[in-house]
Design a protein around this ligand. Sequence first.
Ligand code: ATP
Length: 262
Amino acid sequence: MMAGLTLRGFSTGYPKSKVIENLDVAPLPRGEITVLLGPNGCGKSTLLRALAGLNKGRGEMWLDDEELMTQPFARRAQRVVYLPQSLPAGVHLHVLESIIVAQRASGGLHSAASEAEILHLLEQLGIAHLAMRYLDQLSGGQKQLVGLAQSLIRRPELLLLDEPLSALDLNYQFHVMDLVQRETAQRNIVTVVVVHDINIALRHAQHALMLKEGRLIAEGQPDKVITSETLAQVYGVEGRIEHCSRGMPQVMIDGLVREALV
Ligand SMILES: Nc1ncnc2c1ncn2[C@@H]1O[C@H](COP(=O)(O)OP(=O)(O)OP(=O)(O)O)[C@@H](O)[C@H]1O
């Protein structure tokens, strides 16, 4: 089995609806960001939750040469970390405590060195000044950054981030993707990120999966997956991929595909 995350015949859904059926994914490489793209309701969150063991799933899920579906949940939780779209409300902890709790949950012991690691991470994320603030006193974007710190401190091998940029301003969107890209490469993580911004996907990811109604429509390098054809087929929009003066690909949307209007 090749290094990375491989899915074979993977299915998940809810008692009354199948969402993902028989998904096969060739190894998503370690050290790279894979973006999971697709329209609202196509099954992105359901898939990530199933990979994390939080929704029921069937089929095979290999991380390197270990099949995780047959392992106890606790074993999967040691290797796989899932960051939901929003942190649970009503947790009365301050930021530092919440990250210590996350560190302990993955077997880390609290020590001067581990606290220094947390403070360094908070500094890298630009939220060291929030360490003593309570979670329920933070803005949406600040909570999202704390969630990311809680995820990274657990040293995942498979990191599943569900729309981690949705509440972040332009500066932080770039900063966070840059940090996730560096951590992914340095720690050799398989990172899967749900994003809706196609241009962020083009800029920061090395790999892309595009879903429609639970089926995989395209997979590969982002600039091969995001094309006028897939934008029309999956999102019903007319789009062009242009290159800016610095050579970066950018998607321009001209309108809706005519059939999508009727
Ligand atoms: N708890 C649930 N019980 C039953 N059906 C659900 C549940 N959660 C989601 N669904 C349904 O499963 C399908 C996939 O939803 P999912 O949240 O995975 O989509 P998504 O691609 O993440 O969408 P979005 O981009 O809007 O976040 C949708 O039809 C949704 O209505």
